[in-house]
Design a protein around this ligand. Structure first.
Ligand code: AMP
Length: 251
């Protein structure tokens, strides 16, 4: 696996290229994305970039777990050919001033609670698509609204990339894998389990009941394709999101 830090050093990539954008602290969810890319693509590029533009809260950005040495090994074992891990100045050089704003689909849920988040996500994804030129790009269904935003971006700007969403990978106790889970104390993790339990009811009212007493950002049905029951909660200083895919009749 090649580790590339500069855009100029990526060079030509062979055949059909698959891109897996990540912010590192890789876990089995990321590995599932890389495995899906490995099955379908000639060259698998994993990007590792903690994108400051999608963090509203500087404390959240500072606390974001980072372990590049480990990520390198995980990405390689999972089947990546290239790990693209640029510095912040490589992607946002001094004078940077162009942003991508996806409108309606980015407004509710995460968009409502994290102003500017999807502007940062859409901008970095468009930049990565332009830099890596993938035929396929892999995203986790865990971030259902992100998938919807990226699909909209691709449609609206006529990007020549197929967006593939990969089912959410969970721990045995049901908690969706997330880089942020390492920030939870054992007691917090216990409380966090209400989130997958709530969503497993697949029912808005039942989910709200299950989450009673917790700090809830939202619990909502969202009419994405596919529709989901989605929720975000705060446990201590950690914010967790999750969703379950609903059948058309349930939505
Ligand atoms: P992140 O590093 O958190 O930005 O995530 C990078 C990609 O991995 C995103 O497309 C996420 O949706 C995806 N991802 C994160 N957690 C999971 C999970 N538990 N299952 C599947 N995909 C995931």
């Amino acid at each position: 696996m090649r580790v590339v830090r500069r855009i100029a050093d990526l060079g030509p990539l062979d055949g059909d290229v698959g891109l897996v954008p990540t912010m590192g602290a890789l876990h089995a969810g990321h590995e599932a994305l890389i495995a899906a890319a490995r099955l379908e693509c000639d060259t698998v590029v994993v990007s590792l970039f903690v994108n400051p533009a999608q963090f509203g809260d500087p404390a959240d950005l500072a606390a974001y777990p980072r372990d590049e040495e480990r990520d390198l090994r995980v990405a390689e074992v999972a089947g990546a050919d290239v790990l693209f891990a640029p510095a912040v100045e490589e992607l946002y050089p001094p004078g940077f001033q162009t942003w991508v704003e996806v409108e309606e689909v980015a407004r509710g849920l995460e968009g409502a609670h994290r102003p500017g988040h999807f502007r940062g996500v859409a901008t970095i994804c468009l930049k990565l698509f332009n830099i890596v030129r993938p035929r396929h790009a892999y995203f986790g269904q865990k971030d259902a609204q992100q998938v919807a935003v990226i699909r909209q971006l691709v449609r609206d700007l006529d990007l020549d990339v197929t967006v593939i969403s990969v089912p959410t990978v969970r721990d045995e106790d049901g908690l969706a894998l997330s880089s942020r889970n390492v920030l939870l104390s054992p007691a917090e993790r216990e409380r966090a389990l209400a989130l997958p339990r709530a969503l497993a009811t697949r029912d808005l009212d039942a989910a709200r009941t299950e989450l009673a007493g917790l700090e809830i950002d939202y619990v909502e049905r969202a009419d994405f394709d596919p529709p989901v029951l989605a929720a975000a909660i705060r446990v201590g200083s950690t914010r967790l999101i999750d969703n379950v895919v609903l059948d058309k009749e349930e939505a």
